[in-house]
Design a protein around this ligand. Structure first.
Ligand code: PEP
Length: 248
């Protein structure tokens, strides 16, 4: 499986800054193309999606969130139809910041996942334990609960998606999990997916996220550990993220 690498900009970059980033990214890719060696996805904030989508070379477009209805009285929300018109292919579901700061729960995330699949997007389902849950030895239980909350009870494989294992304590802290810990969690997720969907799920990329940088990415993105990385802080400069992709 070729590495999957996501750049989650979170709530960073105005449209002008996003344009500057893409111009630099494009010049790096044109100078030294990435070819087919990786699937790279940029996740700008909603306001910059159109500008990024119009100019971007050598990467796919992703959105950081979605509301699970096509239209209606949902002030402030963005629908799958709106994202489709902008050329968005991937959408994050259940990032820890939405679970823990915005209070989103599994039942709501399941609706998002279903709405995305129905509209032909590729959801990126984020799961991961907090530091407290980890200390209490509950990592596996939490991962299974989050997976089952969104994927459980289905008759059939829902279609293409990605799973990101992102331990909450490693996100934005500069302290990543060890590749051994990541490998263990990814393996557990893989076993779950295979148990639920059989061989159909074996092609689902399971990636690691949490303080990944250009120097440590090689330890996470390799056979036996994970199929890629979801990157926050180190995706905010085009040169740094490009280097990270190159090193993966
Ligand atoms: C993330 O936002 O998904 C993330 C992993 O952030 P960081 O790389 O900054 O830890």
């Amino acid at each position: 499986m070729k590495p999957w690498l996501g750049a989650n900009w979170k709530m960073h970059k105005t449209v002008r800054e996003a344009r500057e980033y893409v111009a630099r990214w494009n010049s790096l890719v044109e100078e030294s193309p990435l070819g087919e060696e990786a699937e790279v996805v940029l996740f700008p904030p909603f306001t910059a999606l159109a500008a990024v989508g119009e100019a971007l070379v050598g990467a796919s477009l992703g959105a950081q969130d979605v509301y699970p209805e096509d239209q209606g009285a949902f002030t402030g929300e963005i629908s799958p139809l709106m994202l489709a018109e902008l050329g968005v292919r991937y959408v994050l579901v259940g990032h820890s910041e939405r679970r823990h700061i915005l209070g989103e729960e599994d039942a709501f995330l399941r609706r998002k996942f279903d709405a995305l699949v129905a509209r032909g997007f590729v959801p990126v389902l984020c799961v991961g334990e907090t530091a407290e849950e980890r200390r209490a030895g509950r990592t596996e239980e939490v991962l299974l609960r989050q997976l089952e909350g969104v994927l459980g009870g289905r008759e059939a494989f829902p279609g293409t998606f990605v799973v990101a294992y992102e331990p909450v304590w490693a996100i934005g802290t500069g302290t990543p999990a060890t590749p051994e810990d990541a490998a263990q969690a990814v393996a557990r997720i893989r076993t779950y997916l295979h148990g639920r969907f059989g061989a159909a799920a074996d092609g689902v990329p399971v990636v690691y996220g949490g303080s990944v940088d250009p120097e440590n990415v090689g330890g996470f993105v390799r056979p036996g550990v994970s199929d890629g990385a979801l990157v926050g802080s180190k995706s905010l400069e085009a040169d740094v993220f490009y280097r990270l992709v190159r090193n993966a």
